[in-house]
Design a protein around this ligand. Structure first.
Ligand SMILES: Nc1nc2c(ncn2[C@@H]2O[C@H](COP(=O)(O)OP(=O)(O)O)[C@@H](O)[C@H]2O)c(=O)[nH]1
Ligand SMILES: [Mg+2]
Length: 304
């Protein structure tokens, strides 16, 4: 597991950890210059200014407290600080647990191209592995190709799908799918949604309507609303994310495309800026390229 993660995070690790290591080598003594250089490479590494400020406070305090003089000790301190940042202030990082609710209803939201449909396919496969009965709802009816794409993933994961004509009311597709999920004894219903409509405010209204309609059949549905974020957009993804979290009550983030980007440090600013846990990470385009996010393993893989 760590091996794969380590491999997939190569670019992120090389992007800033390599630079931290270089700073440590060229500035063996911890002084103000060293702290400045360290702060600079962390900010350049897409960790987010606010996160880096907090982290630096934490690092300075630890250095002082322990009387550390040599910069070679800094990686260990950074690692501890980063792990703490990912786990503090968040409730237990409970992952979507099928079984407590039946059907467990997961709504998937996010900007076009972030990886919603792909992630749904991968999630379906994960639940199938747990021997859950899965149903997909193609409520992205805005683009004609979207339902076809979801159907391909449904086939790959060997799960059923409820779809309608392009242009059909997304909320009615979601409603039909939830009815089908109840009558077929489905364990997990995953609802795909559009990432773009004619205007952004329409999209948010549409997503709210889907939520309301689901809640009419099962009052606490959707039980989980996953926002899909593309790691390659770095800090820019955060303002988009805020729009979704304000409008539709996001309960967890899935950070996709962590393979092949140097911007994986975005994980830290997501946690800091949104206060919503990252629950899964996407590490590629294949069906098994999705992992439950584990902060310990993630930080371990980053520093190896
Ligand atoms: N490398 C990589 N590509 C991904 C990942 N997740 C999705 N993609 C790709 O991103 C593109 C958009 O994905 P899609 O699921 O259609 O996004 P949607 O518009 O949000 O539904 C596709 O080419 C996917 O193969 C990932 O974790 N890693
Ligand atoms: Mg899609």
């Amino acid at each position: 597991m760590i091996g794969k993660l380590k491999h997939k995070l190569t670019k992120t690790r090389e992007g800033w950890l390599g630079k931290v290591t270089a700073v440590v080598k060229s500035q063996p003594d911890i002084d103000e210059d060293f702290f400045d250089s360290l702060e600079e490479v962390l900010i350049a590494g897409d960790l987010g200014v606010n996160f880096v400020m907090d982290l630096m406070d934490n690092v300075r305090a630890t250095v002082e407290e322990l009387g550390i003089k040599k910069s070679e000790n800094i990686l260990r301190i950074l690692k501890t600080g980063m792990l703490r940042a990912l786990t503090q202030d968040l409730q237990a990082n409970d992952n979507v647990a099928a079984g407590e609710k039946k059907p467990l209803v997961i709504m998937v939201v996010g900007v076009n191209g972030t990886g919603k449909t792909t992630t749904i396919g991968k999630l379906a496969a994960l639940f199938k592995e747990e021997e859950k009965k899965v149903l997909l709802a193609a409520a992205d009816t805005f683009r004609a190709a979207a339902s076809d794409q979801l159907e391909i993933w449904a086939d790959r994961a060997s799960v059923d799908i409820i779809r309608n004509q392009p242009g059909a009311d997304p909320a009615s597709v979601a409603f039909d799918a939830l009815q089908a999920a109840v009558s077929r004894g489905v364990d997990v219903l995953i609802v795909d949604t559009a990432g773009r409509l004619h205007t952004k405010s329409n999209l948010m209204e549409e997503l709210k309507k889907i939520r309301r309609v689901l809640g009419k059949l099962i009052p606490d549905a959707p039980h989980e609303t996953l926002l899909i974020m593309d790691a390659t957009t770095g800090q820019n993804g955060l303002s988009q994310a805020k729009q979704f979290t304000e409008a539709v009550g996001v309960t967890g983030i899935v950070l996709t495309k962590l393979d092949g980007t140097a911007k994986g440090g975005i994980v830290f600013s997501i946690t800091k800026e949104l206060g919503i846990p990252v629950k899964y990470i996407g590490l590629g385009e294949k069906i098994d390229d999705l992992e439950v996010f584990n902060p310990d393993e993630f930080v371990e893989a980053l520093f190896q």
